[in-house]
Design a protein around this ligand. Sequence first.
Ligand code: SAH
Ligand code: SF4
Length: 357
Amino acid sequence: MKNILNLSAEELETYFKESGEPKYRARQVYQGVFQKAYEDFAEFTNLSKALRQKLAQDFTLRSFKELDRITSPIDQTTKLLWQLPDGLKIEGVIIYEGKRVTFCISSQVGCALDCKFCATGKMGWLRDLTAGEIVEQVLQMKKLALRPPTNIVFMGMGEPLLNYDEVMRAAEILADEEGVNFSRKKITVSTSGIIPGIRRMAEENQPFKLAVSLNASDQNKRERVMPVARKYPLSELMKAAGEYYQKTRKRITFEYVLIAGFNDSAEDARNLVKITRRIPCKINIIPVNSEDPEFSAPSPESVARFEQAVQNSVYAVTVRNRKGWDIRAACGMLYASNEKTRVSAKRKGRQTGCETR
Ligand code: SAH
Ligand code: SF4
């Protein structure tokens, strides 16, 4: 059975044409699937019973099984663990901060890039998600969230630019006015620095926002924690980022995971300013969250000092406040266990990256 969430409006049209149904049916069904987010074909009461049955035979509407749900009693941040039809697991997180409601979603099961501070990296790459599976995360979250999302970020498991086609297709489905109707400008694709993907986004003039995870401000340090930096060196990455801005006029957000004693010195801050100063951008500082003793977050004072050093030096750089969702931007670097409330089934171990980050 096919996942109907994977079908574009055109593909649905073809399906109905081949089934001898009028074209407008495709639109009705598309709206039911994405706009109304029906979870069962029985809910499509504008269709005949026979057609509903046919659809139910040919397609699935939901393919996830929720395995776990953890909600912070402090700020309602909700982390979800789903099982996919093939048994693999992915995470998504709903983050509330003031008026913002951010859905943090995954693009792959695991990740091949092996960043040393990242739990997803330890899983290795298991497979790419389909566009339908990416979209389903949002639909599942919408049902649970206290308010509709204001931002959708590809900062869960995986490297979105290594699953480019499905990620862009999913983002388009999410943005489609006939469907989920979510603002393109509020969808952020976060990359560890896959240069060909960044170039492609610029060439295709993709309307989505781009975030680039720098995490170190010199090549040597970056390579130590991000093996991908060997393939795509920092100098070339910054060049690609500059060209991206030239072409799209869209500001990149540079993410910088702050690790005590590794990349939090005054010199690191100076370097960060140096490499970003010519590119209109934002900088997002994220104190690392890891259970690995090798990677601990600097003290709040050190984080503040680093923030100041970056903020004071360059007019064009803004540093997002590290309170609120930013400190948890990577999904899974959520709160300590004493902040957690278990509201669903037993936890199935630490099998997903987000959760231990
Ligand atoms: N693969 C993409 C998107 C997913 S990771 C990327 O790397 O950008 C999303 C963000 O979480 C990245 O900025 C990454 O550097 C950050 N991150 C990963 N592990 C982290 C950890 N343990 N603590 C804090 N941030 C982390
Ligand atoms: Fe992959 Fe991003 Fe984690 Fe690096 S930080 S291992 S690129 S998910």
